[in-house]
Design a protein around this ligand. Structure first.
Ligand SMILES: [Zn+2]
Length: 135
């Protein structure tokens, strides 16, 4: 009696997987757009900060408080950018370093943290001790 339910469940499962893939793509696109926006915000805040420093120096004014405020804003924007970046990484193809466990992007050749090679050979070589045994 369970057969019909099994088929139904399988169909439902496939549909859910397909739906998930599509929504993942939409989500990544959204995140990337948000990242681009944030990068633009950072650029314009940095530009504003530069102008603020220039103007205040020219006018011989103390703008330390405003500069602090500007820098805090930029820090917030960087945090936001990093959060978005790690979210995108969660969705995209990624390579985890076998040595230190750092997540690197799919196109990376070396680990950004420890510099270990991330090539397919490294992934395939499950047991490095075996090489020594062969020799
Ligand atoms: Zn590493």
């Amino acid at each position: 009696m369970g057969t019909f339910e099994d088929v139904l469940n399988k169909a439902k499962c496939v549909a859910e997987t397909a739906g998930k893939k599509t929504s993942e793509f939409v989500e990544v696109t959204k995140l990337k757009m948000e990242m681009a926006d944030t990068e633009r915000e950072i650029s314009s805040t940095l530009e504003g900060l530069g102008r603020l420093v220039y103007d205040s120096r020219k006018a011989n004014q103390d703008s330390a408080a405003m500069i602090e405020e500007c820098m805090a804003k930029i820090d917030d924007q960087y945090v936001k950018l990093e959060t978005l970046r790690s979210k995108v990484l969660e969705y995209s193809d990624q390579v985890r370093c076998k040595v230190c466990g750092t997540i690197n992007t799919d196109d990376s050749l070396f680990c950004k943290k420890c510099g270990s090679k991330l090539s397919e050979e490294t992934v395939k070589a499950e047991d490095p001790d075996q090489k020594e045994n062969d020799a």
